[in-house]
Design a protein around this ligand. Structure first.
Ligand code: PLP
Length: 447
């Protein structure tokens, strides 16, 4: 009864992110009640392995008591402090310093947001400030990659290149441009890594030439495209794209909102390609979803140029909840947990996850298995030789999601038949094996 009345209240009042409102009203919400480790429990008492860490964010797993303690302590001591008027709080300052220490290269300046979308939005503003400070405000064109996701804020959603985020709205704006994705499984140039890198480099060069390098402000890329279907570029792709940006004096922005904080193995995925971006966006694993927090990392050059350009004037960008002390205290504790064995466990579990998913390649529905660390996908097809996508039935993803749910597994079923995996880094071997076994059962029921 409790649950039924909640379903009615939800139907009447709660607007859900990225959902078909009418379908949702028809089907009703599934209420989650509690969680521990890698297991979530719904209001009916059904236990499920969370193969997606909430929304690829609960990297440390659920029920980490030390995080609860850190948040509680901070709530008691100082629940809020503004960063305006030259004020600040100890956890925010310490977290900024720690992130600067742990991040690649000279990304020494941290601006805190509430999540990923406003982190991306903030980079757009910082980049505009940067070029105004440099005296080249005409550099105002932005390039991103098809299948990329950079949030759903008003400006950031235009850098996102997934159609559902544009339908009925009208973005991207005239100053936002796209190049094709590396999408290895379906790349027109084939699956050879160098050919794919060359094609992307060629596409970026061509776009820059078309717009004029003197007008291009920045290039945005996820080290692995997440919401586009977990598209993993060949090793060296990020390095090659970074080099093109350097050549043309274009800022390179790495969007590590999903890939940051151990999701792919290292703390940040761009470390794997030895790339230091000019700006980097993060969120999710920064606080593992326990409380909202995002962060923009700026290089010395970007920060100092903006600072010098503004001189004594204010840089007019800020949020009431920037550097929230409770979120910062949680962030600090998450970083401690990552360093205290969770990154290592994630690397180990990631190898098992990838091996387990690869063992599904013999299944008649599985066309491709891809991933890195604890970020992976299985792409389903009806004909392996032709790579025929599953028929675009509107409810197919929902049906796969439902079957997995009934089998005690939460995964992300993308509308195009891609199944996404991003389990908590704390997973045990048994939990990883459970994810694989329940996936196989779900696939067998989908045949
Ligand atoms: N950037 C990337 C790469 C993301 O994956 C996401 C969210 O999934 C965002 C930005 C937006 O983050 P948020 O949902 O916290 O606003």
């Amino acid at each position: 009864m409790f649950s039924n009345s909640l379903i009615e209240l939800d139907r009447a009042h709660l607007v859900h992110p990225v959902s078909s409102y009418r379908s949702h009203e028809r089907m009703g919400v599934r209420v989650l009640k509690s969680a521990r480790g890698a297991t979530v429990t719904d209001a009916t008492g059904h236990h499920l392995l969370d193969g997606f860490a909430g929304l690829w964010c609960v990297n440390v797993g659920y029920g980490q008591e030390s995080i609860v303690d850190a948040a509680t302590k901070q709530l008691r001591e100082l629940p809020y402090a503004t960063g305006y008027f030259g004020l600040g709080s100890e956890p925010a300052i310490r977290l900024a310093a720690k992130l600067a220490e742990l991040s690649p290269g000279d990304l020494n300046h941290i601006y805190f947001t509430l999540g990923g979308s406003d982190a991306v939005d903030s980079t757009i503003r910082f980049i505009r400030y940067y070029y105004h400070s440099k005296g080249t405000p005409q550099k105002d064109q932005f390039i991103s990659v098809e299948y990329g996701y950079h949030g759903s804020s008003t400006a950031g959603s235009g850098l996102t290149a997934i159609p559902v985020f544009h339908a009925g709205f009208g973005a991207p704006f005239h100053w936002q441009h796209k190049i094709p994705s590396h999408y290895v499984y379906r790349n027109p140039v084939g699956s050879n890594s160098q050919a794919i890198i060359d094609a992307s480099v060629g596409a970026l060069r061509a776009k820059i030439a078309e717009l004029g390098a003197e007008r291009v402000a920045a290039f945005y890329a996820e080290p692995i495209q997440g919401s586009g279907g977990v598209l993993v570029p060949p090793v060296g792709w990020l390095t090659a794209m970074h080099a093109v940006c350097k050549e043309h004096d274009i800022l390179f922005v790495a969007d590590e909102v999903i890939t940051g904080f151990g999701r792919t193995g290292p703390l940040f995925a761009c470390e794997e390609d030895d790339v230091t971006p000019d700006l980097m966006t993060t969120a999710k694993g920064l606080t593992s979803g326990y409380v909202p927090l995002g962060a923009v990392f700026m290089s010395d050059n970007v920060y100092n140029t903006i600072a010098d350009g503004a001189g004594k004037a204010d840089v007019g960008h800020g949020y009431t909840y920037s550097a929230h002390p409770v979120s910062a205290a949680v962030g600090l504790e998450c970083l401690r947990l990552y360093e205290d064995g969770l990154l290592d466990n994630g690397r180990r579990a990631g190898k098992r996850l990838m091996a387990g998913l690869r063992s599904l390649a013999d299944h008649p529905l599985v066309g491709d298995v891809r991933g890195r660390g604890m970020l992976a996908a299985v792409e389903l097809v009806t004909d392996k030789a032709r790579k025929t996508p599953l028929p675009p039935e509107a409810d197919l993803a929902r049906r796969i999601f439902d079957r997995a749910w009934n089998n005690g597994l939460v995964i992300r079923a993308f509308a195009n038949g891609v199944l996404g995996y991003a389990p908590p880094l704390c997973c045990t071997d048994e939990e990883i094996d459970g994810i694989i076994e329940r996936t196989r059962r779900t696939l067998d029921q989908t045949l």
